[in-house]
Design a protein around this ligand. Structure first.
Ligand code: CTP
Length: 403
């Protein structure tokens, strides 16, 4: 394997079992992964699991394979270090520069981006000692993810769950694409993101829908939360995506429901991003019972225009609120995608518009995205092809600079 070299640190908590799935995702994306478990991590998952999935040896201490000097070399040669789960004890040792095993020694020699994904009980996460350690690690440039909320080991719930392995893998890829993608520049801000495609019901079993997977909106929510914002994600229909960690998710179906949820959520928000694919039209009549095939030709479908949520949000914008729209354009005889994007920005009145050129398998239902970010101030930034999280990080850069 000659992909990026990733060190996967695993600390001793019950969430260690999820590191096997993360390892699998990282190796399947072409990364060369060396696993560095702590001795306590091996109480939860056997070394054989990590060795088989990574194809590389597993050691915990600094006295194995001494001639190769692994406690210095592994960190020096890494392109990325991910520690998942990072327990309270591991964060404390890392914050204080301890080097009492191979993982912590490697953290001291690594000069690449470092991503900690904490997992612990809520009390331990919220303890001043842990919070101080997190702040210290962040001040030195490490990324410490906000944990997810939900069920912990026992019956208790609260913040402290390990984010989904898929989410950690997505953010790991983001840091490889762009090491400075997750600063804490949205701390103290509240943002609202819409995602997915609305479904406009025809009868109790049918709807008019669209191809939006919600991936771009979820990436926006995820990146904002990890940059410190309090995030509300208003999600219409999406592919099967796990809830982003530390994000408040409100589920809606139709454009009308999305409008109501957005109008409620944006009160007092610093920024709003409309990345949802909102249906422009809905069936004029909603049949109470399933429409039967019958023996005659069906009635033509009569449609009614939906409200334009983005324009309404712009109309009711609070002072200082930054509003971002999205436009998926194909280009036609009147002009290319960018030409249509500029016209749409003027028409919608938002501060920023992300323009995606779609068609030919681009943007929809795929992990990557590209386009342009147009500003009402005349600015125009090309968004090079990369992960949807990378595009999200560029959008938040532009939002943060306008707040
Ligand atoms: N949008 C919205 N409400 C609608 C339709 C769209 O808020 N009823 C938002 C989308 O979330 C997106 C932006 O408006 O941020 C542009 O969506 P798009 O469908 O491209 O715009 P339309 O106004 O429908 O333009 P057209 O159909 O002419 O391309």
């Amino acid at each position: 394997m000659n992909g990026p070299r990733v060190l996967l640190g695993v600390a001793g908590g019950i969430a260690a079992y999820k590191s096997a799935e993360l390892l699998r995702r990282l190796t399947e994306s072409g990364h060369s992964v060396r696993v560095l478990p702590t001795a306590s991590a091996l109480e939860f998952v056997g070394a054989a699991t990590f060795e088989a999935l990574s194809g590389q040896p597993v050691q915990t201490g600094v006295f194995a394979d001494v001639p190769a000097v692994p406690h210095v070399k592994l960190g020096q040669e890494a392109d990325l270090v991910v520690v998942a789960p990072a327990t309270a004890d591991l964060l404390a040792r890392a914050a204080h520069g301890r080097a009492d095993d191979l993982l912590t020694a490697s953290l001291l020699t690594a000069r690449c981006p470092v991503l900690f994904a904490p997992a612990m009980h809520t009390e331990m996460w919220e303890h001043a000692a842990t919070q101080d350690n997190v702040a210290l690690l962040r001040s030195r440039g490490s990324v410490v993810l906000e944990p997810a909320s939900g069920r912990l080991t026992g019956k208790d719930t609260g913040p402290g769950r390990l984010p989904d392995p898929a989410e950690i893998a997505e953010l790991a890829r983001l840091l490889l694409e762009r090491p400075d993608a997750l600063p804490q520049d949205l701390a103290g801000r509240r943002v609202v993101v819409s995602a997915g495609g609305t479904r406009e019901p025809l009868d109790p079993v049918r709807f008019l829908g669209n191809r939006s997977s919600g991936r771009q909106g979820y990436a926006l929510a995820r990146v904002a939360a990890q940059r410190g914002a309090a995030v509300t994600l208003v999600a219409a229909h999406t592919a099967e995506l796990g809830d982003p960690a530390a994000v408040d998710v409100v589920r809606v179906g139709s454009a009308a429901q999305m409008r109501d949820a957005m109008l409620a959520a944006v009160k007092g928000a610093d920024a709003v991003v409309m990345s949802a694919a909102v249906a422009d039209f809905r069936p004029s009549a909603l049949a109470e019972h399933k429409i039967k095939k019958g023996s005659t030709d069906p009635d033509p479908l009569v449609l009614t225009k939906n409200p334009d949520i983005l324009r309404e949000l712009v109309g009711g914008r609070e002072p200082g609120q930054v509003i971002v729209g999205f436009a998926a354009e194909t280009g036609d005889a009147d002009g290319d995608a960018l030409h249509h994007g500029r016209a749409k920005l003027a028409r919608k009145g938002c501060d920023l518009l992300v323009v995606n050129a779609v068609g030919d398998g681009r943007a929809f239902e795929v992990p990557d995205n590209a386009g342009w970010l147009l500003g009402a101030d005349g600015s125009e930034v090309e968004l090079a092809n990369g992960s949807k999280a990378l595009l999200a990080s560029r959008v938040w850069d532009a939002v943060a600079s306008r707040l």
